[in-house]
Design a protein around this ligand. Structure first.
Ligand SMILES: [Cu+2]
Length: 69
């Protein structure tokens, strides 16, 4: 299991956090995603290496920005 922390930009409320959480969870290989609105970060758990471009794309499609910490 690998845990990757990401900075998430653009979240303003719990709904945003939930949208980002769903987007992260939908990426193949992602087993778990936890989003923190106050710290503007997400922790993504994967079994293998994280497909970062896919994660960034999924978050972007929802109107937010993800980047490695
Ligand atoms: Cu919101």
């Amino acid at each position: 299991m690998i845990q990757t922390t990401l900075n998430i930009e653009g979240m303003t409320c719990n709904h945003c956090a939930m949208t980002v959480q769903k987007a992260l969870s939908s990426v193949p290989g992602v087993q778990r995603a936890e989003v923190s609105l106050p710290s503007k970060k997400a922790v993504v758990t994967t079994e293998g290496p994280l497909d970062l471009p896919a994660v960034v794309r999924a978050v972007e499609e929802e109107g937010y920005k993800a980047s490695p910490v």
